[in-house]
Ligand binder design. Structure first.
Ligand code: C5P
Length: 401
């Protein structure tokens, strides 16, 4: 997957640095050449000798090691790579990158490069959630830096939450995607996500509780497999998926128009919680309370069904159309009927009854329904559901290719 590619791997100083050694091995297994760079703090966790033995290359630690080409050494080193990977990207390294510091070899290489940079953040959950880290991340994303993780889980510091570095296999996949590689290379996928807002008047609208988290996780996982992803989203709370092209819409009609404009696609995943109805003749001016009381009459009309429209396209239908079924009772029976009614290939069914914590939560329990029957997955994080579904889609699209 990475044959002939050179990766400059900057290892930051955190406990997750030990996983960077496994990462070197895995990158090499995929055919990449790896040049390791250790920050001063990283050398407290792993030794340059281990990194060098695994990479089979010279390891760099100090800006002033680069004596051979005098002042041009760091420029050469950062440009000879096809991709820079920072793993673990500590809070401090992220802050340096966001601030444009260049006071050691790692930060100088990151400033001098003309290549894409992928970071795998790893830190204590409080440090990850700190507003300063959130600001730095936003700056880095705006600068075009790619990210993978962090994941949720137990941490070396004894706490639980987001902050664990992505697993080496995930970082390899993200590196491949950053280089335009991966099983979905050359494929275009459309993902709809989030709620829609249907106006009543200029200030009021009908909405629903969808956070957009599941759709964003699917889109990000597909992008990490090398797909070009058009992410058509209503006004959602969840963070936008990294690596996808984001197309923002408000109403169901706008979502349909955006999906149609994004076609053709190899596959489309309809994770949006589209409003079934809109207000007939939304008012141009704000509806006023009248002195004599009374309530306005709202007449609802049906919205276009985006999933069914695409699934039943006579020409240009994506090879794989995936719908969602958020149900509160008889989940599998209702979702199986919905698959037939909408004409889609797969339905991802989930129980959104009050008490499951799924709508607006971080976990999901789904059953995948296809022509051959159904399979129920264990309750997983939405990120993991996204990764599994993306892997299934990749397997389906590349079968026999
Ligand atoms: O009919 P229901 O809303 O339960 O169907 C859910 C599935 O259909 C989801 O995949 C959703 O994204 C899609 N849908 C759509 N357009 C609509 C309504 C639902 O694409 N107007």
């Amino acid at each position: 997957m990475l044959a002939g590619r050179r990766i400059l791997l900057i290892i930051g100083g955190g406990i997750a640095a030990y996983k960077a050694l496994d990462l070197i091995r895995r990158l090499k297994e995929q055919g990449a050449a790896v040049t390791p760079v250790l920050t001063r703090a990283a050398q407290e966790f792993v030794t340059p000798l281990s990194a060098s033995a695994l990479a089979g290359e010279k390891v760099y630690t100090d800006l002033f090691d680069l004596t051979d080409e005098a002042e041009m050494g760091h420029i050469e080193l950062s440009r000879a790579a096809d991709l820079l990977v920072v793993a673990p990207a500590t809070a401090d390294l992220m802050a340096k990158m966001a601030g444009g510091h260049a006071d050691d070899l790692a930060s100088t290489l990151l400033m001098a490069t003309d290549k894409r940079v992928l970071i795998a953040p790893a830190m204590n959950v409080r440090m990850w959630e700190h507003p300063a880290t959130a600001r730095n991340l936003a700056t880095l994303l705006a600068d075009g830096v790619l990210t993978v993780g962090p994941n949720e889980g137990d941490m070396a510091c004894g706490e639980f939450g987001f902050g664990r570095m992505a697993e080496p296999a995930e970082i390899v996949a993200a590196a491949a995607a950053g280089l335009g590689e991966g099983p979905l290379k050359g494929r275009h996928l459309i993902v709809t996500s989030g709620p829609t807002h249907e106006p009543i008047d200029p200030v009021r609208f009908i909405a629903n509780r969808s956070s957009g988290a599941q759709g964003a996780a699917i889109a990000e996982a597909l992008a990490n497999l090398g797909a070009r992803v058009s992410f058509v989203t209503g006004p959602a709370e969840a963070a936008m998926p990294r690596g996808a092209t984001v197309i923002r819409v408000e109403t169901a009609q706008e979502m349909l128009d955006a999906v149609t404009a994004a076609l053709p696609a190899d596959a489309a995943v309809f994770a949006a919680a589209v409003a079934d109805w809109r207000v007939d003749g939304a008012q141009a001016g704000k509806i006023k309370k009248t002195a004599k009381g009374g309530v306005p009459e709202l007449r609802l009309v049906e919205n276009p069904d985006i999933l069914a429209t695409v699934a039943r396209m006579p020409t240009g239908r994506p090879a794989l159309v995936v719908g969602f079924a958020a149900e509160t009772d008889d989940v599998i029976a209702n979702a199986t009927a919905k698959r037939a009614r909408k004409g889609c290939d797969w339905i991802v069914a989930n129980d959104v009854s009050a008490g499951t914590g799924i709508m607006g939560g971080t976990e999901n329990a789904v059953t995948l329904i296809h022509a051959e029957g159904s399979e129920t997955w264990p309750r997983l994080s939405k990120a993991e559901v996204g990764r599994r579904l993306a892997a299934r889609i990749a397997a389906h699209l590349t079968a026999g290719a």
